[in-house]
Design a protein around this ligand. Structure first.
Ligand SMILES: O=C(O)CC1=CCC(=O)O1
Length: 96
């Protein structure tokens, strides 16, 4: 099942820079691992914002929830989720 997810990151201004860098590093490592496994299909930066749009390919909402809550930056993100299904006019086979 495909999900469009928008993540807006809001790190507290008072967070020590070293802690922020460590969080971003562990987030990047996990995000790249999930991209290689195929669960995180697309990851795009929203231009001019500390935010991304992503496409996840997971079994369902429970797996998506587990994945998103496992992200190191999860406590500092606002997340919007849109479940996707195939558009009848799409010329693609249903894959993002
Ligand atoms: O920088 C972001 O948009 C948050 C994030 C998600 C995956 C990653 O590596 O950073």
């Amino acid at each position: 099942m495909l999900f469009h997810v928008r993540m807006d990151v809001n790190l507290p201004p008072a967070m020590p820079p070293a802690q922020a860098e460590e969080l971003k590093k562990t987030e990047r490592e996990l995000a790249q691992s999930l991209q290689r496994s195929g669960q995180w299909r697309h990851l795009w930066r929203i231009a001019g914002q500390y935010a991304n749009v992503s496409i996840f390919d997971v079994a369902g909402v429970d797996e998506l929830h587990a994945l998103l809550t496992s992200l190191p930056l999860f406590p500092y993100m606002q997340i919007q989720i849109m479940p996707l299904c195939r558009h009848p006019s799409s010329v693609r086979d249903g894959d993002a």
